[in-house]
Design a protein around this ligand. Sequence first.
Ligand SMILES: [Zn+2]
Length: 306
Amino acid sequence: MQAKEFYPIGITGKKWQDAEYQLWRNQTSVKRNYQQEVVTKIHALADRFKVEQYGALSYDSERYPLFCIKSNSWESNKPVVLITGGVHGYETSGVHGALQFVDTQMENYSRYFNIIVAPCISPWGYETINRWNPLAIDPNRSFFTDSPAEESANLIKLVNTIGQAILVHFDLHETTDTDETEFRPALAARDGADFTPGTIPDGFYTVGNSENPQSNFQAAVIQSVSLVTHIAPADKDGKIIGSQVTQEGVINYPMVKLGLCGGVANCTYSTTTEVYPDSSKVTAEQCNQAQVAAIKGGLDYVLTKI
Ligand SMILES: [Zn+2]
């Protein structure tokens, strides 16, 4: 298949050069407002939690400040939990699910854990409904030293300031129909590769770390989410998005090797949630609730282990 047939930018089999990157950048536009929809919600939590700015995106540092929200009762004898959302800014329930967890659950779980939540890692992606940053870099393949994605570099810097080992990490994502219609074709075009169509699973799944799968922890997350929304079935090959299903609703990736956010904390219990927002069976509110249920299920499991 020729590149021009599956994506409007680029030449068949040729990696994008500066001109194509510029064309891509030029066709992005602001579609929703980070300050109004996200920052306002974060500030509203400041009377109950510590809200700190940990950086800003250089594309527009006034428009894109980066915030984290921390437990008030931070004590060195409690294990640390990291929750990240909006690494892919277009994955809406990652952002609003993280904020909903803070609003409805964080006081309770802060009795047992020091919790730090970075609800929107990629605010430019949030506003333009994009997977990549303005340089057409995927922040969720960029969690490594000297990262070219400032979204990732800022989070790495924040993690390094915590000063305590992180025990649990939830990285909140979605798998959307636009992954197949826009973002995967764009990736193939950018890299001068062929585009092989895939399928988007109908339902929730998690991605564990293949180097430390923690299958009982993943199962607890799936069990909790299954009370809110349906779990993605394996396809006819026993796979979800090309990876072997290891138990209901769970696949594993080598998190650190792939530069995924799920590897940033290098911790004992890590899961990447994948909510499916385009199902006819779910509402946006249920997607947020699924993210909250995933965190609750995982934390309740960890509480039985510590
Ligand atoms: Zn994602």
